[in-house]
Design a binder for this molecule. Structure first.
Ligand code: NAD
Ligand code: DAU
Length: 331
């Protein structure tokens, strides 16, 4: 099987490539990645001789078309992925997350190639903190940020291309991932690498916002479950029952790294900050048999802390610029 993985030099994509080569050693994997600030070739260094790597833009028809033509399956991870950046400049979000998906859909339509679309639970907006409800595939779309609005738009493009043109596509909407190779602009690695540098963690607002954490490897196993057992045209929500407030997560990181759990600072909140995400993954579990392997968040977090401690060479070059950007917003 020839698989085209877009965004394979990013956090989830790099883990997906590695897991795919492990689980399916006969697969021929091509990675298409623009190598933006979020892409890192060294994330694929240990598998570089087992993949074809193409530097290019998913929004560029001339790049995308020949790569899709020679593939049996496209798994689309590439995106501008960070909410805070989308509040500063939405331009690349519209270009990559909408125009990029349009170009991929047109290519899979032309060449009749199976397509799996990686999306996010943020398309549903947020839930109240005290609401027992969780997101299901029937929850209406109600995105809050430029990032989540472009992801919602891309999901709708996929649905339209399935219905109007018979494209063989599936969609998965996952909750917050953590694990190795996650960019240090994101919440958990930012706090871990700050603590390595002796800096107290920074919580937006009052730290009450809730995210539904899942280990990146469980996300990717679920993606394969949907590709193999999901129904064409369907949407599957991926989550591992991991709801925690940001304050709870920071307290755990502090404890695991040997600090006092109260050693954090409250900083300026994110405008439009979604309160809570929570996933009901019953459809995924029932239809595909998928279950998460990393059921203990604290031990998965300890693994992530150990990974960032052992891979300072991977994140150090970006640390100063990331923190300077946050500092300019009082965060
Ligand atoms: P990331 O920012 O770590 O990586 C994105 C990758 O895409 C980078 O390698 C970047 O170079 C590449 N890229 C960006 N623009 C491109 C373009 N125009 N053409 C080609 N490549 C381009 O992101 P991530 O956290 O790994 O997220 C991957 C996907 O999963 C995204 O679609 C995101 O919306 C989705 N998602 C992420 C999470 C999460 O918690 N991180 C949760 C649910 C869904
Ligand atoms: O839910 C899935 C989404 O999860 C993905 O679609 C996105 O690509 C991914 O970035 C993530 O979005 P969030 O905005 O939830 O993730 P982030 O890591 O930016 O922030 C997680 C929470 O932590 C959020 O409530 C904001 C808060 N936060 C973040 C940072 C960077 C802080 O309190 N302090 C911080 O320093």
């Amino acid at each position: 099987m020839k698989i085209l993985v877009t965004g394979g030099a990013g956090f989830i994509g790099a883990n997906f490539v590695r897991q795919t080569l492990e689980m399916r050693p006969a697969a021929a994997v091509t990675v298409l990645d623009k190598l933006t600030y979020a892409g890192n070739l060294t994330s694929l260094a240990d598998v570089a001789d087992r993949i074809d790597f193409v530097t290019g833009d998913v929004a560029d028809r001339d790049v995308v078309d020949p790569l899709v033509a020679e593939s049996d399956l496209v798994v689309h991870f590439a995106a501008e992925s960070h909410n805070d950046n989308s509040l500063e400049d939405p331009t690349p979000f519209v270009q990559t997350n909408l125009v990029g998906v349009f170009q991929l859909l047109e290519a899979v339509r032309r060449h009749k190639v199976r397509y799996h679309h990686i999306s996010t639970d943020e398309v549903f907006g947020d839930l109240a903190l005290d609401d027992p409800a969780r997101f299901t595939p029937a929850t209406p779309y109600n995105p809050s940020s430029p990032y989540s609005a472009t992801k919602a738009g891309s999901d709708l493009l996929v649905r339209a291309w399935v219905r109007s043109f018979g494209v063989a596509a599936t969609i998965s909407n996952c909750s917050n991932n953590y694990g190795p190779y996650q960019h240090i602009e994101k919440f958990i690695p930012r706090q871990i690498t700050n603590l390595i540098d002796g800096i107290r963690p920074k919580l937006y607002g009052a730290g009450r916002n809730v995210r539904d954490w899942i280990h990146v490897c469980d996300h990717n196993r679920a993606v394969w479950a949907v590709i193999e057992a999901g129904r064409i045209g369907e949407t599957y929500l991926i989550g591992a029952d991991g709801e925690l407030s940001n304050k709870q997560v920071v307290e755990m990181i502090l404890e695991e790294m040997g600090w006092d759990p109260h050693d954090f600072d409250l900083v300026a909140d994110r405008p439009g900050h979604d309160l809570r995400y929570g996933i009901d993954a019953a459809k995924l579990r029932e239809e595909t048999g998928w279950t998460p392997v990393f059921s203990d968040f604290r031990s998965g977090l300890a693994d992530a802390i150990a990974w960032y401690r052992a891979h300072e060479d991977w994140w150090r070059p970006q640390k100063q610029a990331v923190e300077a950007r946050y500092a300019s917003h009082g965060q």
